[in-house]
Ligand binder design. Sequence first.
Ligand SMILES: NC(=O)c1ccc[n+]([C@@H]2O[C@H](COP(=O)([O-])OP(=O)(O)OC[C@H]3O[C@@H](n4cnc5c(N)ncnc54)[C@H](O)[C@@H]3O)[C@@H](O)[C@H]2O)c1
Length: 349
Amino acid sequence: MTNPVDLGVGIIGTGLSATMHVQALASVPGVRVLAVAGTTPEKAAEFATRYQIPHAVVGGEKLLALPGIDAIHLCTPPFAREEYVRMAAAKGVHVLIEKPMARTLAEADRIIAVCREAGITLGALFQFRFTPLPRQIKHDLEAGKLGHIFLADCYAKWWREPAYYAGSSWRGRRDLEGGAVLINQAIHSIDLLQWLAGPVREVAGRVATAVHQIEMEDVAAATFTFASGAFGVFEASTATYPGYAERIELHGERGSLILNQGQGIAEWHLKDSEPERVVAADQRNDASRDPSKMSLVGHVAEFTDFYAALREGRAPAIDGREGRKALEIVEAIQRSSDQEGRPVRLPLE
Ligand SMILES: NC(=O)c1ccc[n+]([C@@H]2O[C@H](COP(=O)([O-])OP(=O)(O)OC[C@H]3O[C@@H](n4cnc5c(N)ncnc54)[C@H](O)[C@@H]3O)[C@@H](O)[C@H]2O)c1
């Protein structure tokens, strides 16, 4: 029998992501948040008090020095990840890392290598894969529900208030975040698309800063060629007022699937049956307009898998290799845009 609480968790960061993690962890069996690390004593103490966490410290190094920490959740911005992965690896502490797992593919590969060499488990957060509709759709596609897919599109037309960028020291900066809408918001939809439709082999894209006062892109468009031979169209923005639920559209020889991920609605239109509308109220959220309006159902499910993986000595469903796939596509779009939209082949060199 497993001890009811057998794994101790530390959270690094006290912002929006950390808030989601601590709330979701409350529904994960067998784990207890023992400590939180912030950038100031006040922020750490406030967070610890709000969520009844025993220890509040400044900086991840102090958190990793505490006894009983089996895993950390890295809820810091992308620039403050690799150093903490290295510290955790040195202590044999497992790591669950927020998306994007790094600012660049090269940084992601260093993170994966450090964890592998230390023998620690690395989990990469892409919680939408764990929400009810994508899970069921993945299963149905593998069973051949659409037959051969020849078009696979994705649209992530979100809206962020100017204050979202103005109030942050790191969002939308190449050096601190690695990009803007592609690496922060659209990476979720790109991950779902490649998970459902298979690997992307070629990308041709353009990015621009159309509306927001930021260094990197707030609008992006691309075409994809998948390994299967399917084509796809992609559009993303954080400047598309008022913000629309992200959508994935798959067309195959047996019919079509339209997934309105944020609205929690999937529509199947198959040649041999009546249209089917599946609603998953628990995955519905308004994150296309407000980042704090995220359903936590995917977080709870992915965390539960991660801690089960630790206990069972297996890899989590989304490990470092899975986590880097969408990042590679993001980087390919950026590289293509840097070359005036010329096609870029994957895997990237
Ligand atoms: N999976 C999701 O749906 C989801 C949702 C929100 C955010 N995120 C991701 O989580 C990450 C953080 O986003 P956020 O919205 O929480 O940002 P935020 O700015 O609200 O919070 C970041 C936190 O990290 C702390 N921090 C910064 N530098 C640090 C350092 N060197 N050491 C320790 N702590 C440090 C800050 O004090 C702050 O508490 C981003 O990569 C973002 O894309 C993912």
